[in-house]
Design a protein around this ligand. Structure first.
Ligand SMILES: [Zn+2]
Ligand SMILES: [Zn+2]
Length: 73
């Protein structure tokens, strides 16, 4: 399931185009701030996550690949 364009636009505004990842499992300290190109479901659609702003995270590719649910939505 894809996020609607309206949600993507709002997430882009929120992130400023920078990766929002704060995962400790990544190599960056604190927030990543690389150029964000991917939209990630915090809770995967399969697990009942919705395509809403609060469930969307703007991530760079390496961080997205580092999420457990990568490729499952
Ligand atoms: Zn990142
Ligand atoms: Zn990260």
């Amino acid at each position: 399931m894809e996020f609607p364009q309206s949600v993507k636009d709002e997430v882009k505004r929120r992130s400023g185009g920078k990766c929002e990842c704060k995962r400790k499992s990544c190599k960056h300290n604190g927030r990543c701030r690389s150029k964000a190109t991917e939209f990630h479901h915090k809770t995967s659609a399969k697990a009942g996550g919705s395509n809403t702003l609060s469930n969307c995270e703007h991530l760079c590719k390496p961080c997205h690949e580092n999420t457990r649910s990568y490729g499952s939505h």
